[in-house]
Design a protein around this ligand. Structure first.
Ligand code: APR
Ligand code: PHB
Length: 390
């Protein structure tokens, strides 16, 4: 079997890249380890920067996002109950974000590929990369009881943090940067109306809390929790009580609660691999980097990686130029590290760190007070949250 670009992973990064390349007439093969329902079952943040919205439009899969996405012009921070609204639109010079679940975007991409007859190979087992340091990279995988070999020009590693692509790079050729946070997020999805029209990010001595949403009738809320948290210990009632205890009392009182339709614990990590190119293998999305979800940057960084990589591959095939491929890693990493910094800063501002002492907690409060009193500080937060230029 032969293709031009073998894409490992059918999450948002892999499917968006596949769509952009196919729209440019480039032949791709997508290999996904899991079944479609498993991929769609992963609950992830859904705050889209304008650059991501533009890319989804460019990919031609924006109809439902346009119809169902919720434009948000601001977010509310709370620090020990003190509210501070950040006017994203005013502070960013007119930009905003769109709330649209990542699962829905993945579903739209899957449907578009199926309708175009460019199916992905799901439940592809033992995907193995070979010879990506030559001009003739290869991928093998097992499917339907048989082993398949794929000859290709390029391999895109879009297989997430635990994927095989980055793991296939020799240790001497890659440098990893990581910070693991000493807590996780306990998340609940419920079919109740959001307590506010905008997201609420709250710092509290008991821990961080976030009130987000998927629609006007479905909320996604989180509380910071210990890493060893067992969701079996968390009834719905306990979760809602804990969430409300961390919010401004007027918000807590107004909050509607209901039975959870999903409940899970996620660890928080900052991670970057350098470089992102190894011969004919390119990493994009979570395979290349991880951010704590506080800044809602994961999907948006995957989108900017994919934008750069798609432009580079189209340049190779259409313009016979490898300038984009040669510049991909540096271009993507420049934006990745700025998003890593912002996500780390927002996580430090809003979470309770077990190792922090009284001095650290005073500095956190001072950071919030400075933000509350400074247009410049709010502009800095807003321009990062809505997305730095791609
Ligand atoms: N072979 C084939 N597929 C694999 C392999 C493998 N060895 N390992 C992982 N995969 C698949 C996973 O099953 C998953 O569907 O690769 C896909 C990677 O998707 P994501 O983890 O969603 O990563 P990405 O597409 O980069 O999207 C980044 O999604 O995970 C969130 O928070 C993240 O919002 C960010 C966005
Ligand atoms: C979510 O809706 O799941 C969400 C929103 C914003 C974040 C993180 C998660 O920063």
């Amino acid at each position: 079997m032969r293709t031009q670009v073998a894409i490992i992973g059918a999450g948002p990064a892999g499917l968006l890249l596949a769509r952009l390349l196919e729209n440019a007439g480039i032949d791709v093969l997508v290999l996904e380890r899991r079944a479609p329902d498993y991929v769609l079952g992963r609950i992830r943040a859904g705050v889209l920067e304008q650059g991501t919205v533009d890319l989804v439009e460019q990919a031609g899969v924006a109809a439902r996002m346009r119809a169902e996405g919720l434009p948000h012009e601001g977010i509310e921070l709370q620090f020990d109950g003190d509210p501070l609204r950040i006017d994203l639109r005013q502070r960013s010079g007119g930009k905003q974000v769109l709330v649209y679940g990542q699962t829905e975007l993945t579903r739209d991409l899957m449907q578009a590929r199926a309708e175009a007859g460019t199916a992905s190979v799901y439940e592809a087992e033992d995907v193995t990369l070979a010879d990506f340091d030559t001009a003739h990279p290869r991928v093998t995988y097992r499917h339907g009881g048989a082993t398949h070999a794929v000859e290709c020009d390029f391999i895109a590693g879009c297989d997430g943090f635990h994927g095989v692509a980055r793991a296939s790079v020799p240790a001497r050729a890659i440098e990893l940067f990581e910070r693991v946070y000493p807590f996780g997020w306990l998340g609940v999805m419920a079919d109740v109306p959001p307590v506010r029209d905008e997201l609420i990010y709250a710092h509290h001595a008991r821990g961080f809390a976030l009130c987000s949403m998927r629609s006007r009738t479905r909320v996604r809320c989180y509380v910071q929790c210990p890493l060893d948290t067992d969701i079996a210990d968390w009834s719905d009632a306990r979760f809602w009580d804990e969430l409300r205890s961390r919010l401004d009392p007027s918000v807590a009182e107004a909050m509607r609660t209901g039975p959870s339709i999903e409940k899970s614990v996620a660890p928080l990590r900052s991670f970057v691999a350098e470089p992102l190119r190894f011969g004919r293998l390119f990493l994009a999305g979570d395979a290349a980097h991880i951010v704590p979800p506080t800044g809602a940057k994961g999907l948006n960084l995957a989108a900017s990686d994919v934008r750069y990589l798609a432009e580079a591959l189209v340049g190779h095939y259409r313009d016979k130029s490898d300038a984009g491929l040669d510049g991909y890693s540096a271009r993507a990493l420049a934006r990745i590290w700025k998003a890593e910094r912002f996500s780390w800063w927002m996580t430090k501002l809003l979470h309770s760190f077990p190792e922090d002492g009284a001095f650290d907690r005073r500095v956190q409060r001072a950071e919030f007070d400075y933000l509350a009193g400074s247009a410049a500080a709010q502009t800095a937060l807003a321009e990062n949250y809505v997305g730095l230029p791609v």
